[in-house]
Write a protein of this length. Structure first.
Length: 341
């Protein structure tokens, strides 16, 4: 099953006899059976007709609205969970400082480990070697997480690692994609624009995975609950930002799939993907999501003819969400996903 991406300005999504129809200039541009769609992402000025919306509700299909720049507008989704005891336990654990710190350390551990692994892989692929002192700082930070006494202390370690990580990441990018610092709204350079857009889609994926696992995406442990913020989504995102989103963006750049000319500058100074590049991005993104787990030590995920009964990224996201549920219920320790080096 796939995500249906609607991103051409002026397109219209209709329903017709068990199929979604995408109209462009009053003609059918594309159609797909309901059975092949598990989620819809609407980007920019796209119209969804009332009958199509009714069938999206009826089939329990998630629908996310993003701006053309990837900013999150809203989400329509069916709550899959009738597991009231799990949600009660999740809420109670949010008041348990020891549990929150333990989970926060696990999320941060996964993030820093995967940052180190992404850097190690890409330095190796460029026939370079990471400076030993930089590698040592990242590895020692993981050990220091075992002795932190507060989430504030943890955030200090995590923050310093992220500064170092993006500095090193920048050093292996092509000149046209180099950046001065992390920036978001608006993104002021090509690479920040690319990873910000990827993070928006990753947020959508992980929101759905947590929902499938019966969890409330708004109650987190590393990121404290705030009105309207899906804190648990941001928690689990930490381990997948480097291992999925950053690695994917690096692949697009290093393989010259996304090129410097694929961006444009807008009046607010922001740098964004143009329409054709965004279509290419979605195609590559969906291809990445359908990669399956490999036994090859050099590659975590590879392309295969079929993904049936194989561990894809989407299934991995749900698996990690289910691990969080087990940790909340006291059935197992939470172990973050760790990219193989």
């Amino acid at each position: 099953m796939s995500i249906l991406y609607l991103h051409h300005n002026g397109d219209k999504l209709r329903y017709r006899t068990n199929r979604f129809i995408i109209e462009r200039d009053e003609k059918c541009a594309f159609s797909i059976p309901f059975s092949e769609v598990y989620s819809v992402v609407v980007v920019g000025n796209v119209e969804v007709t009332t009958p199509a919306l009714h069938h999206i509700f009826k089939l329990g299909i998630d629908m996310t609205y993003l701006s053309v720049h990837g900013n999150f507008y809203g989400k329509i989704y069916e709550s899959h969970s009738k597991n009231v005891p799990l949600k009660i336990a999740q809420y109670r654990k949010a008041d348990d400082k020891n549990f929150c710190l333990k989970m926060a350390c696990a999320f941060a551990n996964g993030k820093i480990h995967n940052q180190y692994t992404v850097l190690k892989r890409f330095f190796r692929n460029h026939n370079q070697k990471m400076d030993e002192s930089d590698a040592g700082r990242l590895k020692s930070a993981i050990k220091r997480l075992n002795s932190v006494n507060s989430i504030e202390q943890l955030r200090g370690i995590e923050g310093s690692c992220s500064v170092l990580y993006f500095k090193l990441l920048n050093s292996i990018l092509p000149e046209e994609f180099k950046f001065k610092n992390r920036n978001r709204r608006p993104p002021l350079d090509r690479f920040n624009s690319l990873i910000n857009f990827t993070y928006s889609l990753l947020e959508h994926e992980l929101f759905s995975a947590l929902n499938v696992a019966g969890l409330d995406p708004y109650i987190g442990y590393l990121h404290s609950p705030e009105y309207g913020r899906p804190s648990l989504v941001f928690d689990i995102m930490e381990e997948f930002r480097p291992s999925f989103a950053d690695a994917f963006s690096l692949m697009l750049v290093n393989k010259n799939i996304i090129k410097p000319d694929d961006f444009h500058k807008e009046g607010n100074g922001g740098i964004y993907l143009n329409d054709d590049a965004r279509a290419l991005f979605f195609k590559q993104y969906e291809k990445r999501m359908k990669m399956v787990r490999s036994e090859d030590k050099e590659n975590d995920f590879v392309h295969l003819e079929s993904e049936d009964n194989e561990l894809t990224f989407r299934k991995l996201f749900i698996l990690q969400a289910e691990k969080i549920a087990k940790a909340i219920l006291g059935k197992a320790e939470y172990n973050p996903y760790q990219f193989r080096s």
